[in-house]
Design a protein around this ligand. Structure first.
Ligand SMILES: [Zn+2]
Length: 589
């Protein structure tokens, strides 16, 4: 379909960002003039000059994000149109250049004496910047002399090479063979592998699994060396700056206490018997004598598609979110007619779905809606992001308005869980019920258990290297296999290939990143539960969280919503939900 054939009410209103390309170009030209921060260099010593800098930065940032947003959305409407591709390149490079030009700010602030920083944090004129400044103060003890910092910065590029090597291998030089798929010989790509793995053709899954791992097995020594290089980089920085461990360093940057990470791993470890039970159930449902790692992805039941038109799907999501109360629902409903959402596929439009929000403008949601059950969940999910953006962007000042990765998947998952519970309670269709329970259990398997398995692998691999044990394909594979057995139990055959899964995980090159998916879904399940059980007081707490942006550390923000990750309670709540789903599925027979 051509974009212009789609009725306006199903298209997002980019004109809310800029009326026209001419208006965008004028804004871009004005922004280029604003991009000079050199006058602040060497001045960041007292409250007045620091506030002046922060205000100039906020004005630039607000304007730049708006200019960026327009280019980004116009580009996604039709990726074939080179005009917006060049708009996007122009604004991206201006933002990058400004970032490089303001690189003096953090070192200048960090160099201030502790007492000066404390006075600045307490200064009411700098209230919007208190959290940023408190992080500067906390980082002082890990900051080195000017000369050492310059050296570290200069070494930075060279130390990132391991990740680049992995990317080059994984995306360009990995020798993935051809496979027959839907009657044609095609090259096995990562995308096709994923599609085959969740498909129902078991022989095809086995073939793809074996071909895929065979390609990685040819270059295992290289991949182990690349990963070890990545860990060595972490150890280098840890030692240079004086952190206790690589994990401690990564979590400091996030402002999360190490005990949260350890608690996650411990609580999920304790719950692995539930995963083993799920594996036994899956084996039975799929009617297998022997279950393999390539049998984990397809749904245990045939897709139960509700086949709703978009307007009906939106209404259904609204019903599912009713427990969030009037305040939430009124904004949610109005968004549909206020040009937030781009609903349908059209020629040249980017694939997939996402939500985006920038300061000073309402959020936007991109969909490519199809009449399937999973697309209804996509509406709930992306609107969860958009509503979180809406509340944070309208409740916080610019420097605190954007929420951080640690909390980013909470609001989207809360919405999915609420919708799921609503559908389970309102349908009599046994197949649909089983389909939904399978969806929920797989969400918990892939986001809570699997990411924690990864987190434990990263932690142990770093500990080995920190203790002086060189990493290689043998000890990495032995560690991975041990964890895989612990997580999945003996209902699955742990074949030779699965020991090498570590070698193909791109996220491992962003050390200690994936645990945030696991804490995110844990918090979301816990919050959704509270909302359903306690009603209004829980909703009030949740809205306070949605409005909190990045105003303080993420664990405190989640505590506002009732998910206290410094206790076992949220982890227990999430696992109780998993057990409940297992019981319900089994009882349906
Ligand atoms: Zn998301």
């Amino acid at each position: 379909m051509e974009r212009k054939e789609i009725p306006e009410r199903y298209r997002w209103k980019v004109s809310d960002v800029f009326e026209s390309d001419e208006a965008w170009e004028a804004a871009f030209a004005a922004l280029e003039k604003k991009a000079d921060f050199s006058r602040f260099r060497g001045t960041l010593k007292d409250a007045d000059s620091i506030l002046a800098y922060f205000e100039a930065d906020a004005a630039f940032g607000t304007a730049a994000m708006r200019v960026y947003l327009y280019a980004y959305m116009k580009h996604d409407e039709d990726v074939r149109d080179t005009k917006y591709g060049s708009y996007l390149a122009k604004i991206s490079s201006l933002i990058m250049a400004t970032g490089a030009e303001t690189a003096f700010v953090t070192p200048e602030l960090t160099a201030l004496p502790e007492e000066t920083l404390s006075a600045l944090i307490a200064d009411p004129h700098l209230k919007d910047y208190d959290y940023i400044l408190s992080r500067v103060r906390a980082s002082k003890k890990y900051t080195l002399s000017e000369r050492e910092e310059t050296l570290l910065a200069q070494a930075g590029d060279a130390l990132e090479v391991s990740g680049d090597v992995f990317e080059m291998l994984d995306n360009a030089e990995l020798d993935l063979p051809e496979i027959e798929y839907e009657g044609e010989k095609v090259r096995l790509t990562h995308g096709l592998y994923g599609m085959i793995m969740s498909g129902r053709d078991r022989e095809k899954r086995k073939e793809a699994y074996e071909l895929y791992y065979a390609a990685y097995r040819k270059i295992l020594n290289t991949l182990a060396t690349a990963y070890y290089g990545n860990v060595k980089r972490d150890i280098f920085y840890k030692n240079a700056r004086g952190y206790k461990s690589c994990l401690d360093m990564a979590l400091f940057e996030e402002d999360v206490d190490e005990s949260v990470y350890k608690r996650l791993v411990r609580c999920v470890d304790e719950a692995t018997p539930l995963m083993h039970r799920y594996m036994r159930l899956r084996k039975k449902e799929l009617g297998l004598d022997e279950m393999r790692m390539y049998d984990l992805h397809p749904s245990m039941v045939e897709a139960a598609d509700l086949r709703l038109e978009y307007d009906e799907a939106f209404e259904l999501v609204k019903k599912g979110l009713a427990p969030l109360g009037e305040e939430y629902l009124s904004v949610f409903s109005a968004a549909k007619d206020a040009g937030w959402i781009d609903v349908y596929e059209s020629d040249g439009k980017r694939n997939g779905a996402y939500a985006i929000g920038v300061f000073g403008c309402h959020p936007f949601v991109m969909l490519n809606y199809q009449k399937t059950t999973s697309e209804i969940f996509t509406i709930a999910h992306e609107m969860g992001h958009a509503m979180h953006s809406h509340y944070s962007l309208t409740s916080c000042p610019f420097p605190k308005a954007e929420y951080k990765i640690f909390v980013a998947e909470v609001a989207s998952t809360v919405n999915e869980v609420l919708l799921l519970k609503y559908l389970l309670h309102t349908t009599d269709d046994k197949n649909l019920k089983k389909y939904l329970l399978n969806y929920f259990m797989d969400m918990i398997r892939t986001t809570l258990f699997r990411q924690t398995q990864f987190a434990e692998f990263e932690e142990r691999a770093h500990e080995m290297a920190e203790g002086g044990e060189p990493l290689n394909k043998d000890n990495l594979s032995a560690l991975y296999l041990e964890l895989n057995k612990k997580y999945y139990g003996d209902a699955v055959v742990h074949d030779d290939n699965i020991a090498f899964e570590w070698a193909r995980v791109p996220h491992f090159y962003r050390s200690f990143y994936v645990y945030k998916y696991a804490t995110g879904i844990t918090s979301a399940i816990c919050i959704a539960n509270r909302i359903l059980k306690e009603g209004e007081p829980a909703v009030k707490n949740y809205l306070a969280f949605l409005k909190s942006g990045s105003s303080t550390d993420p664990v405190s923000l989640l505590k506002l919503a009732g998910a206290d990750l410094t206790t076992d309670a949220p982890f227990r709540a999430a696992m109780a939900e998993f057990e409940g789903a297992l019981d319900e599925f089994s009882a349906l027979g």
